[in-house]
Design a binder for this molecule. Structure first.
Ligand SMILES: C[S@@+](CC[C@H](N)C(=O)[O-])C[C@H]1O[C@@H](n2cnc3c(N)ncnc32)[C@H](O)[C@@H]1O
Length: 240
């Protein structure tokens, strides 16, 4: 069976809700770039999945919309919202168009590990630019383009430590992991770091901060081999 985000949505929701260290770390890294208090602020969470980031942002007082093209992910997000209401509203939509989101309607867009799934980054960033108000910001994470390049693996070095082995960083495009327990079996769009930066600039964003968060103790306890490498890259960009 060829997997998609919709076919792995039940597995992904369970993974995130079981307390995945990497997903909690990804959420917390992104939250670290948002104000503690967001009352009166409107936030769009692009590629919200089962809602881990949208719920946390809503808990800070923001009015939150979460969109995702996977109907099953949105079902999971709505059911979590029903059992523990935060006020977040979820809809099926494509990050490349954001057809359900009005122009200049939000102060913030968050996108946790989702822009590496959109097939057309230019279209998605143009759509984000359209829905942000003139002083709005986009905060997003992607798997680190250098260390999470297609088919990167782990190998034991001569001193017994585990090292990341990266093969073809330079070839961009869609690829699918053969790991039956990995999220990227649903596919992933590999882009070079320079592509992220130039596409942001081309679509009217200026970079306020770039981060490569150091794995926190939860991640290192779960996956010790990750201790010296940033699993994600984080961008804090403003509408120019
Ligand atoms: C790794 S999950 C991240 C979900 C959530 N943000 C989180 O942190 O758990 C990637 C998400 O990107 C979504 N996605 C795939 N294609 C997309 C698109 N064209 N526009 C927006 N989201 C997309 C998937 O459906 C999936 O929910």
């Amino acid at each position: 069976m060829t997997e998609s985000w919709d076919t792995i949505a039940d597995w992904y929701a369970e993974l995130v809700r079981s307390g995945s260290a990497l997903h909690d770390f990804s959420r917390d890294s992104l939250l670290g770039y948002l104000p503690e208090l967001l009352r009166g602020q409107r936030v769009l969470d692009l590629g919200c999945g089962e809602g881990i980031i949208a719920r946390a942002v809503a808990a800070r007082g923001a009015t939150v919309w979460g969109i995702d093209p996977s109907p099953r992910m949105i079902e999971h997000a709505r059911s979590a919202e029903k059992s523990q209401p935060t006020g977040a509203v979820f809809s099926v939509d494509d990050g490349c168009t954001l057809a359900t989101v009005a122009t200049a309607s939000v102060e913030w867009v968050t996108a946790g590990l989702s822009l590496n799934n959109v097939p057309d980054l230019d279209a998605a960033l143009a759509a984000v630019h359209r829905v942000l108000n003139p002083r709005g910001a986009l905060i997003f994470t992607v798997p680190h383009p250098c260390f999470e390049a297609p088919h990167a693996t782990w190998a034991q070095a001569g001193d017994g430590t585990m090292r990341r082995v990266v093969g073809d960083y330079l070839t961009e495009g869609f690829w699918r992991s053969s790991n039956p327990n990995g999220a990227r079996r649903a596919g992933n769009q590999h882009r070079k770091l320079s592509t992220y930066i130039t596409t942001l600039m081309r679509n009217g964003f200026k970079i306020a901060a770039v981060d490569e968060p150091t794995p926190d103790p939860r991640v290192v306890a779960a996956q010790p081999q990750r201790s010296g490498l940033p699993p994600f890259m984080l961008f804090d960009v403003r509408r120019a």
